[in-house]
Design a binder for this molecule. Structure first.
Ligand code: GMT
Length: 375
């Protein structure tokens, strides 16, 4: 099939999933056209069957606002017409589903058979942005009008129903990764760079938005390090990184915190970690948790959104009430003190990824969606 994939290029789970899906589909013989403002950071080297189309949004002195919705819809029309797209797959509702819908309407007026629209909802496009009264009408309409709609978890499906009063069927297709690539690497020298043999490594990877609750990451770690010699690796960048620096100074633990900034390659860092902290206030899925699990790192997280669908509480990781830093710290300390328990949870986590969230199992579900949409 000829598939157009619209996604955000910036570091974020929805762009990662869209790009990995594009790569997998191309490997499986489809012709995939990724449409974004920049080459998504996971797109990597040339791959047969995978091409990139850049959306340029020109400015004009009269406009204070960039016209991204229009330039994206325009690009989708051009790509769809030129490459005879069968499917336009919009990742993230705002404004990608709307741009795709507009493009489809334009194409329907000129092509005998316009491409079908598949929209994948990722989380913040519904729970934080899409449900804002300034956007909700148009986001709900775009979802209702898509040919097939998928959400990355049951929790997000329910949120979409509740928050946007969407009534159409929504199929749950979880996020995925390639466990052959996402696996723990043996990197003793890298580990030694951050910790000696007696020091445990706690890691947090995110885009440091308020929803990630960096304050709770710091508070949990502060409790952990009072019980076990430990260091904290902070991977990623965003508005709340400054909060981490400030709290680190106030708590007197800056020397135990390594902030590594945005990293394209997180596997080596996950591979040297002992526990992954994710105390988010909302997480429709938690792709970062899935990546940690693939690298055999037990996740200690808040019981919110889709995280209970990813992390099997007490087996592959541990979930606690949001903001319960005492419980998150206690569980982390238990894991950090008990290598056998940590190892068992890590192995169970990887097994769960292989069984439920591997590309081999999930990508065919998207192919089936495309077939259903074009039938
Ligand atoms: O979490 C974010 O700030 C970004 C957003 C995104 O576009 O990547 O993440 C959402 O989509 C991811 C991919 O499906 C999910 O793994 C994240 O859980 C979800 N974030 C939230 O729900 C807060």
């Amino acid at each position: 099939m000829n598939v157009g994939i619209i996604c955000y290029a910036s570091v974020g789970g929805s762009g990662v999933v869209a790009t990995e899906l594009g790569k997998s589909l191309a490997t499986r013989g489809h012709s995939v056209h990724v449409i974004s403002t920049e080459m998504p950071f996971r797109m990597g080297e040339f791959q047969a069957g995978l091409s990139f189309h850049q959306v340029l949004t020109p400015t004009y002195p009269l406009f204070r606002e960039p016209q991204y919705l229009l330039s994206l819809a325009n690009k989708v029309v051009q790509v769809a017409r030129e490459f005879r797209l069968d499917v336009i797959h919009a990742h993230y509702a705002v404004p990608h589903a709307t741009a795709a819908l507009l493009a489809k309407q334009v194409l329907s007026s000129t092509l005998s058979s316009a491409p079908k629209l598949v929209a994948t909802l990722h989380g913040t496009d519904i729970t934080l942005v899409g449900n804002d009264p300034s956007y909700s009408e148009i986001v709900a309409y775009s979802i209702e009008q898509s040919d097939v709609v998928t959400a990355v978890s049951d929790s997000l499906k329910e949120d979409t129903r509740k928050e946007l009063r969407v009534t159409r069927p929504i199929q749950v297709i979880p996020n995925f990764l390639d466990p052959g690539v996402h696996r723990r690497q043996h990197l003793p020298e890298l580990r030694r760079r951050y910790a000696d043999d007696d020091t445990r490594l706690v890691i947090h990877v995110s885009n440091f938005r308020p929803v990630k609750r960096i304050d709770l990451v710091m508070e949990t770690f502060d409790r952990i390090r009072r019980e076990v010699p430990a260091k904290l690796l902070l991977v990623g960048d965003g508005p709340e990184l400054g909060t981490a620096y400030r709290l680190g100074r106030q708590m007197g633990i800056s020397h135990l915190v390594e902030a590594l900034g945005a990293q394209e390659e997180v596997l080596p860092l996950l591979s040297i970690a002992d526990v992954f902290l994710l105390p988010s206030s909302m997480e429709s899925f938690g792709l970062a948790a899935l990546e940690a699990m693939a690298c055999e790192v037990p996740v200690v997280a808040s019981r919110v959104g889709g995280l209970p669908e990813v992390v099997e509480d007490g087996v592959t990781g541990f979930l606690h009430d949001p903001e319960d830093v005492a419980a998150m710290a206690a569980t982390s300390v238990e894991l950090l003190r008990d290598p056998a328990r940590r190892c068992a949870a890590g192995k169970a986590a990887r097994q769960r990824v292989i069984e439920r969230f591997s590309a081999d199992k999930v990508v065919p579900l998207y192919e089936a969606c495309y077939q259903a949409a074009t039938r």
